[in-house]
Design a protein. Sequence first.
Length: 299
Amino acid sequence: MDEKNMQEILGKAEVLIEALPYIQRFNRKIIVVKYGGSAMVDEELKKHVIQDVTLLKLVGFKPIIVHGGGKEISRWVAKSGMEPVFVNGLRKTDEATMEIAEMVLNKVNKSLVTLVQELGVNAIGISGKDGGLLKVEKKYADGEDIGFVGEITEVNPKILYDLLEKDFLPIICPVGMDDAYNSYNINADDAACAIAKAVNAEKLAFLTDIEGVYKDPENKETLISELTVSEAHELIGDGFIGGGMLPKLNNCIDAIENGVSRVHILDGRIAHCLLLEIFTNKGIGTAILGDKERKFYHE
């Protein structure tokens, strides 16, 4: 074997050794992955995400996928001759739109189940309605009624524990019911956060269309690799965080303050971003952790 081939093989071995302590630490631990953004509409990226989650399952993690489907819902709403309407970033969801949303989310759900099954892992797709997983009440946008959009009031994780115990990979679409058994669309970030808290997840990972948290969004050199909850509060208080990142970072803080050990914000447009973040020392996105948690990455 020539020297070049030997170096390539040794390089692969070093990658596996680097991953070892992370595999040991998170073996048999629950990881919730919120799957959305461009990684859901690009078929190649979709395949990479599912490969990553399946690998996590096969090396001993207990992954749960919570997926969105906003872009696909908007496409079908438009095909039905309606105009998608958003209020403060939330989709205004009348009865007809809710019917489309639930149809589309279930279609997306089963397509993800199929991809996982093709890789030899048993997956089950459910919605927040199944087993009373997600109970909701009507959500308002600054006092405005936006229809069948739900605010989660209660999570019943029993069905998830049962599926994990039987070695299934649960894939959840964010639809829930209120006390009158009406169906509501739920923001997928909110659903992932609520579920991660309810199952005491070790990790919660958000796949997004941004690289992570920046101190200065205009300067790509200011990407923050690791961020404590106190530092996150300071960034928000100092006005560095705005737009769509603000509710996402607040969700991260909420998850950490309610028992989730680590939350990751990742660029889902990067192939195998989950593996790169979880199994390498530096990672590629932003990890948010509790103030007392030990940092993994040091300059």
